[in-house]
Design a protein around this ligand. Structure first.
Ligand SMILES: [Zn+2]
Ligand SMILES: [Zn+2]
Length: 373
């Protein structure tokens, strides 16, 4: 039997306790291994005394909420996991943990990047999705949330690797195509113009790469992992195979690299992309009719994920709806949303991060052996 999750059942306190416990323990680990677990770009920006004070509050809060959950709830799992995380964090030094390790530039995992993203996105999107849900009955911890959180965890932890995979191929293979005169002219344009141009050129490439991922059978075997999510929310968009991420981002970066945009609009673009990618998957009921034909919205991208026949191979753009309109793949019926999400026609992929990492390679090999494309 499943226990209730309503307010007063010890569920909210248990979830918050576990979430704060993960954040607290993660922060303590970042203090212990700053050179391995934090992003060099962010290290200089942290106000360490404030972070220690905040960490103290987080750990105390996680502990008290864990106790509350244990008292209120028959199943002690949530509360106990929150308390255990706090105890491990305390054993490792808690908020008084010394800042260890010499700081050097080298390979690192973005644990701090994961924590910052988790805090920011869950603080914004969980309340928004509770207040304005398109499917109000869909819980925060819906089916396969662990799988999608694993994707979120791995992709932020491997931020150094994915950044390298995005930037390097363009630099290695396309430096011949760039021209200093053109780059200087592009970088001299007004911020807003560069930002709009970035959205357009990146999404134009992304559109065709994305369409190829749907059309070419072996590419689809990698991209269908993204489409295997049968619930849409802010976390669902994280489900992307590493090959999909590397190819799509690597190719979309080529025109950006060749044209040589200035740093400020480029940073603004990168921030915008990650927020919009989360936003368009969110379980939000607004139709944003003012953005119709212009910017990608949840309803627009939800149709791309539809299991319904009318949602097959539509809405490939991730930034600009107008690209689909231009290339004849636009589908956004007013007032209607897909009936179901996920893979159509009985296609299935296994649950879990690691099985999904391996599955496309297996599927491609099997198709080859069977003489299929
Ligand atoms: Zn797709
Ligand atoms: Zn998507």
């Amino acid at each position: 039997m499943t226990e209730p999750t309503r307010f007063g059942s010890g569920w909210t306190s248990g979830v918050l306790s576990t979430l704060l416990g993960v954040i607290g323990l993660g922060a303590v680990l970042c203090f212990h291994f700053p050179d391995l677990l934090t992003m060099p770009e962010l290290r200089g920006l942290y106000p360490v005394p404030y972070i220690r004070a905040l960490l103290h509050l987080v750990l105390v809060g996680a502990f008290l909420l864990g106790v509350l959950s244990v008292v209120l709830r028959r199943s002690k799992r949530l509360g106990a996991s929150g308390i255990s995380l706090v105890l491990v964090a305390a054993l490792l030094g808690g908020s008084r943990v010394p800042l260890d390790g010499e700081l050097r530039d080298g390979p690192f995992l973005g644990l701090d990047w994961f924590l910052l993203n988790l805090i920011a996105y869950s603080a914004v999107f969980i309340p928004l999705e509770r207040l304005f849900a398109r499917l109000p009955d869909q819980p925060i911890f819906r089916r396969a949330w662990r799988t999608d959180l694993s994707y979120f965890f791995v992709s932020t932890l491997l931020v150094q690797v994915t950044t390298l995979l995005t930037l390097k191929p363009a630099m290695v293979f396309f430096s011949w195509a760039s021209h200093p005169g053109v780059q200087a002219w592009v970088a001299a344009q007004p911020f807003v113009l560069q930002f709009a141009a970035l959205l357009f050129v990146a999404d134009l490439t992304q559109y065709w790469v994305h369409r190829a991922f749907h059309r070419v059978p072996w590419l689809w075997r990698f991209h269908r992992i993204h489409h295997s999510a049968d619930a849409m929310d802010w976390l669902a968009g994280s489900r992307l195979h590493l090959v999909d991420v590397a190819v799509t981002r690597g190719l979309s970066y080529v025109p950006i690299y060749v044209l040589g945009f200035a740093e400020a609009p480029l940073f603004a673009y990168v921030a915008f992309v990650s927020i919009q990618a989360t936003f368009i998957h969110a379980n939000l009921r607004f139709e944003f009719t003012k953005l119709r034909g212009i910017l990608a919205t949840p309803q627009f991208h939800h149709w791309h994920h539809a299991a319904d026949a009318e949602g097959v191979d539509v809405n490939f753009a991730v930034h600009l709806q107008l690209l689909d309109w231009l290339f004849g793949t636009f589908h956004l019926p007013k007032g209607r949303w897909p009936k179901a999400y996920g893979l159509a026609s009985g296609e299935r992929v296994p649950p879990g991060y690691l099985p999904q990492l391996v599955e496309p390679f297996r599927a491609v090999r099997e198709a080859r052996a069977a003489g299929e494309p």
